[in-house]
Write a protein that binds this ligand. Structure first.
Ligand code: UDP
Length: 327
């Protein structure tokens, strides 16, 4: 039985769906502070906080949990810069509480959602797992701290983990039934699509004076179903006796903010109103992954390998769910 923390969130709910489509047993643990209960259908669910060690322990025992996929975290770079306390408390202290509960109940396997934000500014080359980790944001710092805990918990207590450093998660489930629905929305692709679907006036481009080919930030967008698949492969690897490790997850292609807007205009077939505004604090100029390590070691390969296909899947959701999960 797999416990998925943050399983009602964007990446969590898509992973839960994939796990269940493959016949695996899942229980979702989420406090619904940002997640949507509608996104998990009839999956067994426990409403709880990471800090509630007693409830976590009880859930582990009741459901016979042997492994955890840990998504529950705040994840906004901008917000983390103005409210670091929220990020250190929830992400860092919350993860320690989860690890306490796992140790107490002898739950040994953990797949953990880390982030490209742990790298910070690495220039414009491909980022490998050996690139230096110098986060430029508090959010990235919290994810790096969590990785460090896990290393130490493996050494001291034999807890086995895989940290997956995602680049920019995007897109929606092929069915169009679940997708990205943050409130307020802050991610680039859904924000642009909200201009396309009439929910938003314009897209603000955060800075066009970065050292990139068109001056806007470059990111590596990876489809949510490909991310979900990587979590499952990582868990299977651990259960088959694999050593603790970490992997980048991206497509290996960088797209600038302007190129993402162009792609949306092409896929949707209508122009998007845009305006260049100030830079957003904490944003590195370019983050593009080398995912060779996970491709080689776990046989993972992204199925959505073009930005067009990722945007098209997101549009299927945003064009039919103007208010996200609200009816
Ligand atoms: N971005 C932007 N306008 C927006 C939201 C985001 O220009 O309204 C840029 C942001 O500065 C970053 C990229 O789009 O360079 C992706 O941002 P997002 O918040 O989607 O993901 P992050 O890279 O922070 O994980």
């Amino acid at each position: 039985m797999i416990l998925v923390t943050g399983g009602a969130g964007y990446i969590g709910s898509h992973t839960v769906r994939e796990l269940r489509e493959r016949g695996m047993d899942v229980v979702v643990y989420d406090n619904l502070s940002t997640g949507h209960i509608e996104s998990i259908g009839d999956t067994p669910f426990v409403k709880g906080d990471l800090f509630d060690v007693e409830l976590l322990r009880k859930t582990f025992r009741e459901y016979g949990v042997d492994s955890v996929i840990h998504f529950a975290a705040y994840s906004l770079v901008g917000e983390s810069m103005v409210n670091p306390a929220k990020y250190y408390h929830n992400n860092v202290a919350g993860t320690l509480a989860l690890l306490d509960a796992m140790l107490a109940e002898n739950v040994k396997y953990l797949v953990f959602s880390s982030s490209a934000a742990t790298y910070g500014d690495c220039g414009d080359g491909l980022i490998t797992e050996n690139s230096p980790q110098n986060p430029t944001s508090v959010y990235g710092q919290t994810k790096l701290m969590m990785e460090q805990f896990m290393q130490d918990y493996d050494k001291a207590y034999g807890m086995k983990y895989v940290a997956l450093r995602y680049f920019n998660a995007a897109g929606a489930h092929a069915s169009g039934e679940i997708g990205e629905a943050h409130n307020p929305e802050s991610h680039l692709i859904p924000l642009i699509l909200q201009v396309s679907n009439g929910k938003r006036e314009q897209i603000n481009i955060f800075g066009d004076d970065y050292p990139t080919h068109d001056g806007t930030c470059i990111r590596d967008y990876i489809h949510i179903t490909d991310l979900a698949d990587a979590h499952i492969k990582a868990l299977e690897y651990l259960k088959n006796g694999g050593k603790s490790t970490y992997y980048n997850l991206g497509n290996g292609n960088g797209f600038s903010v302007k190129e993402v807007i162009d792609t949306v205009e092409k896929v949707v077939g209508s122009p998007v109103k845009k305006q260049v505004v100030e830079r957003r604090p904490g944003d590195p100029a370019s983050l593009v992954a080398s995912s060779e390590k996970i491709q080689k070691e776990l046989g993972w390969k992204p199925k959505y390998d073009t930005l067009d296909s990722i945007v098209a899947s997101a549009w299927k959701w945003h064009s039919t769910h103007l208010d996200g999960f609200n009816k």
